[in-house]
Design a protein around this ligand. Structure first.
Ligand SMILES: [Zn+2]
Ligand SMILES: [Zn+2]
Length: 202
């Protein structure tokens, strides 16, 4: 089993302050979370830098990913090292992902800010983000309900844009610490979403 924060941004997102070196240091220092998916907005640049910096540490797992900005909201692809076109339709990003055998995760489906909303009920996906600390408790509960209704695995990530937000949500994955094993485990539902954030205002 490995604990992974499946949704993290770096400075390459344009709206985040986490630099790749700091991210690797913080991951290395964490007692239990040993993996991270880099999901910058519409770029893989942060992932390439983090992966390079992490190679000196044996036990850190860096998963390639991207949070695509589509015409309908945010959409996450994992296990891909190529960015989809900016502001494309959800359907075309699904095609892009499937052609490259990427895993599709719907992030914060019901969050007012950049959630894809009702489209999450019909669009092709491998997993749904059921805990996003910047969504409300109600929005996360709706996401969990949707995952159950669609029989899709529920995952979690911090959606960290600054270092204080790192690891506030993560996913327990029943996999070996390698990218292929983790993606396979997510697809097959060997996951548990965990919130490490205390909701003060719900
Ligand atoms: Zn987002
Ligand atoms: Zn995000």
């Amino acid at each position: 089993m490995i604990l992974i924060d499946l949704h993290v941004h770096t400075i390459f997102s344009g709206d985040a302050t986490i630099n790749p070196k700091l991210l690797v240091d913080r991951l290395y220092a964490h007692p239990t979370v040993k993996g991270v998916a880099i999901t910058d907005h519409d770029t893989l640049e942060g992932y390439f830098q983090v992966r390079k910096l992490a190679t000196v540490y044996q036990d850190l797992l860096i998963i390639p990913g991207v949070e695509a900005t589509t015409t309908e909201g945010h959409f996450i692809l994992l296990g891909i090292e190529e960015k989809p076109p900016y502001m494309a339709t959800l359907e075309s990003v699904v095609d892009f992902a499937m052609e490259r055998a990427a895993l599709i995760v719907i992030p914060h489906p019901y969050r007012a800010d950049r959630g894809i909303g009702d489209a999450a009920e019909r669009i092709q996906a491998d997993a749904i983000e059921v805990i996003n600390p910047s969504a409300t408790l109600r929005e996360n509960r709706l996401a969990e309900k949707l995952a159950n209704a669609r029989s899709l695995p529920g995952v979690a990530g911090s959606d960290a844009h600054n270092q204080d937000q790192l690891w506030t949500a993560y996913t327990e994955v029943g996999a070996e610490p390698d990218v292929g094993s983790v993606l396979n485990a997510i697809k097959n539902g060997r996951v548990k979403a965990v919130s490490a954030k205390h909701y003060l205002n719900v």
